[in-house]
Design a protein around this ligand. Structure first.
Ligand code: DLL
Length: 451
């Protein structure tokens, strides 16, 4: 079996070093050329985005440079819904070779289209992410992202093939079968949501498969939902791996918009030769400086079927341009703190569920699954953090009091903690983990959570 590349290899593990380590001026020149090309394509397609460009005084790609980006019009999810299914196409309908999407909140599908060129681009972006995790030719990649309309499964699948790795297309769920496949095929890279990685790690441990007993995994490429550094520590420990973050969204291309490298495991390199990135104040839409949390906004300069100008994602993160030891020159984004619409406003205090995760999972006596319940039964909203004791942690009342104290200190807000019996916090086997449930009456969202 071919081994993983290691940090000590003389060449850095990059799939496209010419692009990933491009000097700043050359990157800017490439981005400018591509941005101008995009604007010309959008104007030629004469759709919604062309109208907005003309309204803002842009009639040719030659009119703009990178510095003009903040004054160009934006796009948002609503535009995709309004143009559902094919209204935003910038190519003839018969050039579309695939559609993907996400079910989104409220079950309303967000559908996106790909040309052959888009699929090739997407494959390369996912190959970059896998190579950044240390994978190369012949590396076995156990791909437990769901296959289907969701971009996780097929995106990583195509990327693994592009890289020349050996992909195991297991998809989500049926955990017992996954344990058998991992034992038999000895994958070195695991790709799935972080919440499913916890589930799988626990199932592997129950089956006696741990690092000590020869578990083959070395790296994990986890994304599609927010997760914290505390969750990273848990995953590293449980699976004996380096857990890495991968970010993306259907509207931009799917997974592979940005991903972490195994060299630093500290921030996600944005593939900004294809996806120009900005962080905007979520309320005013004005750009915020590097290091300040803002709404990630992407311009897809090379996509063909559904190119988007300044697509406002709703995801909140920071950007950092400082060099990375891996040699990539691409700007890094922080872990996503949450979506702007997932922010809870409790008695005037803004809270992202990930901030609660950081406190809960920072305590070793707490198991990795948790649920934040927004208790609306009294007409207001109060938070209850429901969690379980970690296996083997001693019983006692201090845990709850300690967590409530830490949550109050960290968030400046009273959050009640309910330690519920093992196995009662709802788990997600397939799809994205649900971390927040509203409770306005009736049965509690977690059995055993008494009123
Ligand atoms: O979740 C694409 C993906 C698949 C990314 C597999 C990574 C791995 P959608 O279903 O369209 O696409 O959902 C996109 O998921 O706007 C974020 O809110 C969230 N998200 C994706 N990756 C991360 C991440 C895929 N690493 C939405 N951290 C995005 C936090 C993430 N949130």
């Amino acid at each position: 079996m071919l081994a993983m590349r290691s940090d000590n290899d003389s060449s850095p593990p990059m799939f496209e070093p010419d692009a990933e380590a491009l000097p700043a001026e050359q990157l800017a020149a490439l981005q400018t050329r591509r941005l101008r090309g995009l604007i010309d394509r959008l104007l030629a397609a004469d759709g919604l985005q062309a109208g907005r460009l003309r309204d803002s005084g842009v009639t040719s790609g030659a009119d703009v440079g990178l510095d003009d980006l903040p004054r160009l019009p934006t796009t948002a999810k609503q535009d995709l819904w309004d143009s559902y299914p094919f209204g935003l196409l910038a190519v003839p309908r018969d050039r579309v070779v695939a559609v993907h999407g996400s079910s989104g909140t409220g079950g309303r599908p967000t559908l996106v289209a790909y040309t052959k060129g888009d699929i090739a681009l997407w494959s390369r972006m996912c190959a970059r992410a896998l190579a950044a995790a240390g994978a190369g030719r012949g590396t076995v990649v156990h791909n437990a992202y769901g296959y289907g309309l969701f971009t996780g499964g097929l995106g990583i699948h195509q990327g693994a093939i592009e890289l020349g790795a050996t992909v195991v297309p297991v998809s989500g769920g049926m955990t017992a079968r996954q344990v058998t496949l991992i034992a038999d095929l000895q994958p070195e890279v695991l790709t799935c949501t972080p919440s499913y990685a916890i589930r799988l790690g626990e199932a592997l441990a129950e089956a006696g498969l741990t690092k000590e007993s020869g578990l083959s995994l070395k790296a994990g490429v986890f994304g599609a939902e927010p997760w914290t550094q505390e969750m990273r520590s848990r995953l590293n420990e449980l699976l004996g791996i380096t857990a890495l973050d991968i970010y993306g969204l259907s509207e931009v291309i799917g997974p592979g918009v940005a991903s972490e490298c195994i060299v630093a495991a500290n921030g996600l390199h944005v593939n900004e030769d294809h996806f120009l990135v900005e962080t905007l104040d979520p309320v005013t839409g004005e750009p915020v400086p590097h290091g300040t949390p803002g709404e990630l906004t992407f311009t897809t300069v090379t996509k063909e079927a559904l190119p988007l100008l300044r697509y406002r994602t709703g995801d909140i993160a920071t950007l950092r341009p400082d060099p990375c030891p891996c040699g990539r020159t691409l700007v890094r984004m922080s872990k996503v703190m949450g979506r702007k619409d997932d922010m809870l406003v409790i008695r005037g205090v803004n809270v992202y569920p990930s901030e609660i995760e950081r406190v809960l999972l920072g305590e070793p006596s707490v198991a990795s699954d948790y649920l934040v319940v927004v208790d609306e039964r009294g007409g207001g909203s109060d938070l209850i953090a429901c969690c379980e004791r970690a296996a083997g942690s001693p019983p006692g009342n201090q845990l709850r009091g300690g967590l409530e104290h830490d949550l109050r200190e960290t968030l400046g807000l009273r959050v009640a903690v309910a330690i519920v019996p093992p196995g009662t916090v709802p788990r997600t086997e397939v799809g994205k983990a649900v971390r927040v449930r509203r409770w306005s009456g009736g049965e509690p969202p977690v059995p055993g959570l008494d009123g």
